[in-house]
Design a protein around this ligand. Structure first.
Ligand code: COA
Length: 212
């Protein structure tokens, strides 16, 4: 999986959080006219997609709207109805990947999802948070990366982590750290339950149900 999201103009304030070296302080306010116009356009896209587009029973229309606002979506992938996307232009989805109903993809920093990934319904991918001890309630962010053949089971939540190739996140798990390839993790916070057989990673997901 080599895809990367497009660079954003001046959104990162720089610096890292002590104790969390990969957390970048994040200021989402646009700087400069070009960034301000782009920010407004993105907001229009988010409002239209999340309040109307995501509920239209057509893969063509839903994915068309996401692509219009800058998402990269590969071939034979699907995003089922009711999924919310924040930061549409920073969303990258590979081929033969399926994302279930009512998921939340917070790509304001970036969400990159590989090929043959299955994301079940009501899964949340969250790319950041706040420093609870900062007098400014400072925001931080980390890119979220879901590699090929990952299965994120129903109602799981991934906060600012990378999920390695072929890993499985069990139902209702809360992932707060990177998950290695082929690991099966579950619980709150998620811990390793077992290891998946790497020979299983040969299938093509290709799930695009009519009108869903
Ligand atoms: C993760 C999962 C695939 C594991 O299935 P499995 O390999 O058959 O594992 P088992 O049911 O034999 O359970 C193995 C261990 O993991 C634990 N476990 C299973 N699911 C768990 C979960 N969601 N959270 C925490 N622990 C879990 C079991 O209690 C068991 O623990 P033990 O060894 O101490 O008894 C499955 O439990 C799961 O979460 N499925 C999700 C279904 C789903 O989302 N469907 C939507 C369709 S896309």
């Amino acid at each position: 999986m080599t895809r990367t999201p497009p660079d954003r103009d001046g959104d990162l304030e720089g610096g890292v959080r002590e104790g969390h070296p990969n957390r970048e302080l994040w200021d989402p306010r646009p700087r400069g006219l070009r960034a301000a116009i782009r920010h407004r356009w993105q907001n229009v896209g988010m409002v239209l997609f999340n309040s109307i587009g995501t509920f239209i029973p057509s893969h063509f229309i839903r994915q068309g709207m996401l692509r219009l606002w800058g998402a990269s979506i590969g071939r034979d992938s699907s995003i089922l109805r009711g999924t919310t996307v924040l930061g549409i232009s920073n969303l990258v989805i590979g081929n033969n990947t399926t994302i279930g109903f009512r998921c939340v993809l917070d790509a304001r920093r970036s969400v990159v999802i590989g090929d043959n990934v299955v994301i079940a319904s009501d899964v949340h991918l969250i790319g950041g948070g706040h420093d609870i001890n900062s007098p400014e309630f400072a925001a931080w962010s980390v890119p979220v990366r879901i590699e090929d053949y990952v299965w994120l089971a129903v109602r799981s939540t991934v906060v600012a982590a990378k999920i390695g190739r072929g890993a499985v996140v069990a139902a209702c798990a809360l992932v707060l750290e990177d998950v290695p390839a082929l690991a099966v993790v579950g619980g709150v916070p998620a811990k390793r339950l077992s290891t998946r057989d790497g020979n299983a990673l040969q299938y093509s997901v290709n799930y695009r149900p009519f009108l869903q």
